[in-house]
Design a protein. Structure first.
Length: 307
């Protein structure tokens, strides 16, 4: 029992630091290439902070716990909006969500949610359906890369000097994520069986929260530095990556079963928070404390219903 709790703690810490190093290294490389902060948030940072979900879901699926893999993605997407954006905007009430800037990405996220529900409706996400999700992700990334770039000679020199260190930082981050995810999954699965709780509940609460810590840390730090584009882009981009990348790649490696509990109840919370992003983006900016409190209250209700 204590050993499992220790595994959860150590795993969460390793996931956090691993993702942090990946994000730091990747975002600096992207910045030196002159990519806009919103594109960085939607792609590089989002991918870096979604790596814990990817590794945890793959390991869970390989260990025969598809419920944790699918629940982790749905729970993380709910936590990213309700908890991460809610807390970021509550502590730093100057986060701007420009609807015109993120309109395309909001529709991509809504499309991703619809695709996931369509594929999972029959109780299983096959390897073919996983391939479709990954192909959609590749098209999305290519479309994002087409954003305007600003290049200059000085940036090129800076890359030559520091690129090796940044790449090393990313590699160390990936190693930490891999080990941390393995430890975390072992602890979570043991606890689920020890307390007699369903793996769906564990996957959507404990595991989802643990793998959402990188998003939380990144968005709060970006908000603290008044980088609204990175903060918001990280949340939306991570949610897109969670569905298209995490579920896509995981189901290609090992077809996933989609539990009825998730499809009949929890998935509607994910859709509700997705539509909430549309509403928030059209409200007067920045996001005020009333709106952030509303998001947090929605997340607390979700946890209450879950248990």
């Amino acid at each position: 029992m204590l050993n499992s709790l220790f595994n959860l703690l150590v795993g969460t810490c390793m996931l956090y630091f691993g993702a942090e190093w990946i994000v730091k290294g990747s975002s600096r490389i992207a910045s030196k290439l002159g990519i806009s902060s919103l594109v960085i948030g939607l792609t590089v940072v989002a991918f870096g902070t979604s790596l814990p979900e990817l590794i945890v879901s793959i390991l869970s699926a390989l260990e025969g716990s598809s419920s944790i893999a699918v629940g982790n993605v749905v729970g993380s997407n709910i936590a990213n909006v309700g908890l991460v954006l809610g807390l970021s905007a509550l502590f730093f009430p100057y986060i701007y969500v420009n609807y015109n800037d993120i309109k395309r990405d909001l529709y991509v996220y809504l499309f991703s949610c619809g695709l996931f529900i369509f594929f999972a409706f029959d109780g299983r996400i096959s390897q073919f359906e996983g391939s479709v999700l990954v192909i959609c992700l590749l098209f999305y990334i290519l479309y994002c890369i087409k954003s305007p770039l600003v290049s200059d000679q000085d940036s090129e020199k800076a890359i030559d000097v520091k690129l090796n260190k940044l790449i090393f930082l990313v590699i160390i981050g990936i190693v930490f994520l891999s080990i941390g995810a393995d430890i975390f999954v072992d602890g979570a699965i043991f606890l689920a069986r020890y307390y007699g709780l369903s793996e769906v509940v564990i996957g959507m609460s404990v595991v989802a929260f643990g793998t959402s810590l990188p998003e939380l840390a990144t968005s709060v730090m970006a908000a603290f530095k008044k980088e609204s584009a990175i903060s918001v882009g990280n949340i939306i981009g991570s949610n897109i990556f969670n569905i298209l990348s995490v579920l896509g790649i995981t189901s290609i490696i090992y077809p996933l079963d989609s539990p009825k509990d998730i499809m009949s109840k929890e998935v509607f919370f994910m859709l509700g928070f997705a539509f909430a992003l549309f509403v928030i983006a059209k409200l007067p900016q920045p996001i005020n404390r009333f709106t952030s409190t509303f998001l947090l209250a929605g997340y607390i209700i979700f946890i209450y219903v879950l248990f």
